[in-house]
Write a protein that binds this ligand. Sequence first.
Ligand SMILES: *Cc1c(COP(=O)(O)O)cnc(C)c1O
Length: 411
Amino acid sequence: MSHTQNRSTRLIHGTSQPCEQTGALAPPLVQTSTFVFRDWQEGARRFAGEEEGYVYTRLGNPTVSQLEEKVADLEGAEAAVAFASGMGAVSGALMGLLGHGDHLLCSRGIYGCTHGLLGWMKEKMNVCTTFVDRPSRERLEKAVRPETKVLYLETPVNPTLEIIDLNEVCLWAKERGIKVVVDNTFATPILQRPLEWGADLVLHSATKYIGGHGDVIGGVLCGSSQLIGPIRDQLRKDVGAVLSPFDAWLLLRGIRTLAVRMERHVANAEKIARLLLAHPAVKKVDYPGLPNHPQYRLAQRQMDLPGGMVSFQVCGGLEGARLFLDRLKMCLLTVSLGDVATLVQHPASMTHAIVPEEERSAMGITDDLIRLSVGIEDISDIWTDLEQALHPLSEQVGECGKEEFSCKKSS
Ligand SMILES: *Cc1c(COP(=O)(O)O)cnc(C)c1O
């Protein structure tokens, strides 16, 4: 693999070469549970780790390895390990780094099931978590303990799309010997590479942008060989949350177009964010690519492009949000994200419904907030659908109190 090639080229060539035996262009799908040894010595040597080679698919599989190499290359990591889901990667990272009685610092607003796993780890492993709002050097300093081992982050934050300064918090963690784990699902390695800012592990729900076509559940965790080795060779092997070869093959198929998909997701999201901002029935728009976003400059520094997710508040409160969602004709009402199709969800009654209302509003998740995963359809068709669904809300604009954006820019 040549690092003189750019990322979008390496997605297509890079780690995947035509099959040596057959010349097949597409990566071979090695759909097998186990691997046959030539003789007892070969089997013994592989078990002893004295010889490279596959043994049993739960321990490793060539199709899965190809995906791991590809994602590691994109993230600039030495190694990667794939899991049966994004949550497999989250639990691999947390269980790999944390032991009984350790303490964890975590950005507020993380993925719901990650939140659930942390609750489980507290109960079963006495691993306590302190949630920190918009982590910065000072805020982390206030929450750190002698037994703090890990700082766990998601940026952009779901669903409010705030940005955490990875350079600042990774420098702080390094001084203290704390490992930093970043869930990079929202940005993808095309737009943001946390290891370059000093993170130790970076993970993905490959179910989202990496797969991109809504047909597979998977996860990948990347980092140094030293950290990934034991997670792959012990934890994943013994816990067993392995990605199936076929799902790895689907992800290898999806990932080849990741760069072009991301370009289109972002181009569409930027336009939709501006159109929403100018719409009378929209109160507020959260998008890191809008100059009125509180961390606009940080987003420009840290991310190559501001991403394909847009959140916004509609007029009319909860009723307004419900009316809007039920009027959509093309955009799909569902909780995943990163699909080629535009997906829409209502955090207060869906992804964040289990979060107590008080905490929800502290996180900026109001009843009128809508989260949009902007797809790669023609922009005019996406906007036509959103606009017709917003239309009846425009009549309530009088009571809506639209925020003024003094720094609105036309570029
Ligand atoms: C979906 C998601 C996960 C969990 O991934 P699964 O593949 O559904 O297990 C973790 N983190 C983020 C940010 C996600 O969006």
